[in-house]
Design a protein around this ligand. Structure first.
Ligand SMILES: C[S@@+](CC[C@H](N)C(=O)[O-])C[C@H]1O[C@@H](n2cnc3c(N)ncnc32)[C@H](O)[C@@H]1O
Length: 379
C-alpha cells in the first residue's frame, strides 16, 4: 500500500505540476535568465547539464528542459548575442526513466531552436551509476558548466558527488533538496535508524540535533556544504507551502553568481529567503505572520552584521562582501545601517577619518567606488 501510494505520487508529478514545483522552476528560470548571458557574452560557449530532467512537461506546464530552451531562445534573440553563430551551447538531459526520455525526445523534435548553436544529448542513465563517468569526462573541460540536480529524494546525491562536481573547472550547481522530510528526522528525540538520519549526518554541521526550526536546519546544511566543498558561496532558498518545505541550494565559486541568486530570491520571496506558496496560487507571498518572517535568515544576518560591527569597524567593502556571502543585497545592508545610524548606534567616516553626514556618500553598493568605514559609536 505504501509502495503503491509512493508510485502514484511519482507518476502524478508529471500529470500536474504542484505549486511547489512551479515555484522551484520559477527560481531556476529566473536564475538562468540572469546567468546565461553572463556566461555567453565572455565565453561564447557553455555546458548545461540536467541530470534528473523528467519528461519535459508536467501536465500542461513546462518542466526544466523546456524552460531552459525557452530561456536560451529568448537570450539568443536578444542583442548583443543575436545572430552570433560562434556561440555553442551543449546540453545534456538525463533521466533514468525510459518513458521520460522518449517523451522528452518527442517534445524536442517538435521544438523550434537553432540546432547549430544548441546541441542536445539525451541520456538514460541512473544518476548513481553515471555521475563518476560524467565527472571524469569533464575534468579537463574548460567551458563554463551549470549543473541542475533535481531528484525526487534527498538520498540520490551524495556530498562526495558535489565535491567532485564543484572541483571541475568553472562549474556551478543548483541542487534541490526536499529538506523538510529530513528535518523531521533530525531531532535527538527521534530514535529510529531511519535512512534520513544518514542524510542529516552527511549534510549538516550539527548532525542529529534539536534544531530550533527549519531555518536553523537549513543554515546547518548550508554551512556543511560550504565546509565540505570548501566554498565561499552557498545560497539556499526555501520553498514552503501545503505543509511541505523544499529547498534549492546554489553552489558557486563566484560572488557574481551568489549576488544574482540573492537578487532572484529577493524578487521571488517576502523575506529574501523563503518562497511561500499558497495551495492554489503560485508565489503568494503575503499571508505569513510577521513573527515567522522575523525568525528567518534575514534576522540572523542582521544580528551577525551588528555583532561584527560591535567588535570592530568595518569598511563598506567588508560590509558588502559579508552581505552577499550571507545571501543578501547591498540595499538590504543599507537599510539596516540606516536604522542603526538614525538611532545613533554607528558613525560613518571617510578615508581621512572625517565624519560623513550624508547617506548618499556611504557607497554601500555592488560596486565599491570610494572607501568608507562604519564604526559602532559610544555615544
Ligand atoms: C523531480 S523530477 C525532475 C523534474 C524536472 N526537473 C522538471 O522540472 O520537470 C525527478 C526525476 O528524476 C528521475 N530519477 C529518479 N531517480 C533517478 C536516478 N537515480 N537517476 C536518474 N534519474 C532519476 C525521475 O524519473 C524523475 O523524472
Amino acid at each position: 500500500m505504501y509502495l503503491y501510494s509512493n508510485y502514484m505520487k511519482k507518476n502524478a508529478f508529471f500529470e500536474v505540476q504542484s505549486d511547489l514545483t512551479s515555484a522551484k522552476i520559477k527560481i531556476y528560470e529566473d536564475y538562468l535568465e540572469g546567468y546565461l548571458p553572463k556566461l555567453l557574452m565572455p565565453f561564447g560557449r557553455c555546458i548545461i547539464i540536467d541530470l534528473f530532467c523528467g519528461s519535459g512537461k508536467n501536465g500542461k506546464h513546462k518542466g526544466s528542459p523546456l524552460v531552459l530552451l525557452d530561456k536560451l531562445k529568448y537570450i539568443l534573440n536578444s542583442t548583443p548575442l543575436k545572430g552570433n553563430k560562434e556561440i555553442l551551447i551543449q546540453i545534456l538531459f538525463n533521466d533514468q526513466n525510459t518513458s521520460n526520455i522518449s517523451k522528452l525526445e518527442y517534445e524536442l523534435n517538435n521544438y523550434k531552436y537553432d540546432r547549430d548553436v544548441i546541441k542536445i544529448t539525451l541520456k538514460e542513465e541512473t544518476y548513481e551509476d553515471y555521475i563518476d563517468t560524467l565527472v571524469k569526462k569533464l575534468e579537463n573541460n574548460q567551458s563554463p558548466k551549470f549543473i541542475f540536480l533535481d531528484p525526487f529524494t534527498y538520498s540520490n546525491v551524495r556530498m562526495n558527488d558535489l565535491i567532485n562536481l564543484m572541483n571541475l573547472p568553472k562549474t556551478e550547481v543548483l541542487l534541490f533538496l526536499p529538506i523538510f522530510h529530513s528535518y523531521r528526522f533530525a531531532s535527538k528525540e527521534f530514535k529510529s535508524e531511519h535512512k534520513t538520519r544518514k542524510f542529516v549526518e552527511e549534510f549538516t554541521i550539527e548532525g542529529v540535533n534539536n534544531y530550533e526550526n527549519i531555518y536553523d536546519f537549513t543554515l546547518s546544511v548550508k554551512n556543511r556544504l560550504k565546509k565540505d566543498i570548501g566554498l565561499k558561496y552557498v545560497r539556499p532558498i526555501l520553498i514552503e507551502g501545503g505543509g511541505s518545505k523544499n529547498s534549492l541550494f546554489l553552489l558557486t565559486k563566484h560572488r557574481a553568481g551568489m549576488l544574482l541568486m540573492n537578487k532572484v530570491a529577493t524578487k521571488n520571496t517576502i523575506d529574501g529567503n523563503s518562497v511561500k506558496v499558497k495551495e492554489q496560487n503560485l508565489l503568494s507571498l503575503f499571508d505569513e505572520s510577521r513573527e515567522e518572517i522575523e525568525s528567518s535568515f534575514l534576522s540572523s544576518y542582521k544580528k551577525g552584521l551588528i555583532e561584527k560591527l560591535k567588535l570592530t569597524p568595518l569598511t563598506n567593502k567588508e560590509i558588502v562582501d559579508f552581505t552577499i556571502e550571507e545571501g543578501f543585497l547591498p540595499k538590504q545592508a543599507k537599510k539596516i545601517l540606516s536604522e542603526l545610524y538614525n538611532n545613533k548606534k554607528i558613525v560613518v567616516i571617510d578615508k581621512k577619518g572625517e565624519l560623513i553626514n550624508s547617506k548618499l556618500q556611504w557607497n554601500i553598493a555592488e560596486k565599491i567606488k570610494i572607501h568608507t568605514s562604519f564604526k559602532w559609536s559610544s555615544y
